[in-house]
Design a protein around this ligand. Sequence first.
Ligand code: SAM
Ligand code: DTB
Ligand code: SF4
Length: 322
Amino acid sequence: MDQKISLEAVREIYTRPLLELVFEAATVHRNSNVHNEVQVSTLVSIKTGACPEDCAYCPQAARYQTDVDVHKLMPVEQVLELAQQAKDSGSSRLCMGAAWREVKDNKDFDRVLEMVTAVNGLGLEVCCTLGMLTDSQAQKLRDAGLYAYNHNLDTSAEYYDQIITTRDYDDRLDTLDNVRNAGMTVCSGGIIGMGETDDDRIGLLTTLANLSTPPESVPINALVPVEGTPLADQKRVTAWEMLRMVATARILMPTTVVRLSAGRTELSASEQALCFLAGANSIFAGEKLLTTPNPSVADDAQLFELLGLTAKEPQPVSVQIS
Ligand code: SAM
Ligand code: DTB
Ligand code: SF4
């Protein structure tokens, strides 16, 4: 692959003295984006649990004994109701997640396509995260009006098989290619706190920044250790580690939306403020992520007020009816 930036160059950025790093990231952010605007997304778990994959962090994998509320694919009407509530509470984007290894061409997929068109009709940016996609499935999602597809690389290529053995890194990269070729925006990021080294974090950011077009959106998740999963006993990451990831992502990908994702319940208001200063410009809103807790809409409204942040309006998307 033709590298735009080397691992060494990314390591040089990532390992800078923290305040130097934050200052530069804040400068890049102010020069490239409306720095007080934050894009707010709501997650809806449209199909929960019973997943055949073995992702070591995930409470939705069937093989681990966790206490998630397993449910089949939701009806379109229920998703629409949740989408309307998300919009009313100030979200501009709805991300629908399914605990699938991959999309299959069946009635469930047809129902997801209906959901995409219906949610788009509410004037929300629509995102899906459904596992691996073929190029024709990506095209169908695009035709239904999907704005973004989330598919995380999670960690470095080198560390991947310590976390997941039921698919490989190239499978992830292939799906990202299919999403890009279908003309959708790409959302791809990772998780820190899974026992990886700094070089794995640097490797993940290097891979993302070197994609032929970098993702429009990069979620940075802190592992939420869930009882019953192999990573249940991992120590929580510190706010400083989140800050370093956010700031490095911002410098590497100046106009990308960097999302402060899972793990926000563990960050104080001042720690989140530092992350926004260093270029984080998106959050997930609402008391639940997919299955784990997240700050309430009221707490976030108070935080935005305190910090002088405003929620971004949705990007207009035209629905193509084929
Ligand atoms: N099944 C699809 C897939 O894996 O692509 C979509 C849903 S999956 C739950 C979406 C993402 O959630 C994963 O890629 C992972 O990055 C994140 N995730 C899952 N469990 C997590 C946890 N315990 N802590 C932090 N992030 C987590
Ligand atoms: C992403 O990077 N984080 C979100 C979203 N994309 C799909 C999911 C976080 C899930 C945290 C664990 C849970 O709630 O189940
Ligand atoms: Fe399944 Fe996605 Fe969880 Fe992996 S992260 S077990 S693919 S739901």
